[in-house]
Design a protein around this ligand. Structure first.
Ligand SMILES: Cc1cc2nc3c(=O)[nH]c(=O)nc-3n(C[C@H](O)[C@H](O)[C@H](O)COP(=O)(O)O)c2cc1C
Length: 190
């Protein structure tokens, strides 16, 4: 018997200062395909309602500042996650409860070994605090070299971590491996 189901698309949103997180968001979108995911959108030009249209989300952030949410406070010139989150009212926050969200974060493990990809954790904590159902938060720290990352809990990162500067050659494979795991979960098929 055919089961009728209206499956919403996955929304992909990112913050960026110099475009790298946009590039990774585009790669993720290409890998998922147009039928499954809408085109990635920069959080510096949306309101919370644009994100709340989706039940399943992939959210990406670079790392700036000392373990901060990227934005003006972290020294960014462009509006980023900080400015987007500042728009969030209590009703918006409450509406994130139960949304399925997977995260990816960028960092540079050689230059910023003592706070590698740490902004990812700050973003993760915000949405977890809203009651979102977090997906893909058990990405192995194996293969990365750093001294400290706020984004790691034990030997797992709370999302996909990409270092385009030092390990760009591993990016496509990492995206592929991570998406194979998170895609069915985001679609609510498991
Ligand atoms: C001023 C500055 C601060 C940064 N701080 C960190 C950091 O704390 N941790 C980290 O892993 N990477 C850090 N990075 C590296 C960026 O997060 C990384 O290059 C990222 O890919 C940039 O993404 P974007 O092009 O989307 O802005 C920093 C880069 C700059 C220029």
């Amino acid at each position: 018997m055919l089961r009728a189901s209206i499956m919403g698309k996955i929304g992909i949103f990112f913050g960026t200062e110099t475009g790298t997180t946009r590039l990774i968001a585009k790669k993720i979108h290409k890998q998922l395909g147009d039928e499954i995911a809408d085109k990635p959108v920069n959080v510096n030009r949306i309101a919370p309602a644009d994100m709340l249209k989706y039940d399943a989300l992939i959210l990406g952030t670079p790392s700036y500042g000392i373990e901060k949410i990227p934005g003006k406070t972290a020294g960014c010139l462009e509006a980023n996650w900080e400015e987007f989150l500042a728009q969030m009212g209590d009703e918006d926050k409450a509406a994130f409860a139960g949304k399925r969200i997977a995260f990816f974060g960028l960092g540079a493990q050689e230059r910023y070994a003592d706070r590698f990809a740490s902004s990812l954790m700050r973003l993760y904590e915000v949405f977890k605090g809203y009651g979102a159902e977090i997906i893909g938060d058990d990405w192995s720290t194996e293969g990365y070299t750093y001294t400290h990352s706020a984004a790691a809990v034990g030997d797992k990162f709370v999302g996909l971590v990409i270092d385009q500067r030092t390990q760009g050659m591993l990016t496509d494979e990492r995206i592929d491996t991570w998406l194979k795991r998170v895609k069915p979960l985001l679609e609510g098929r498991l």
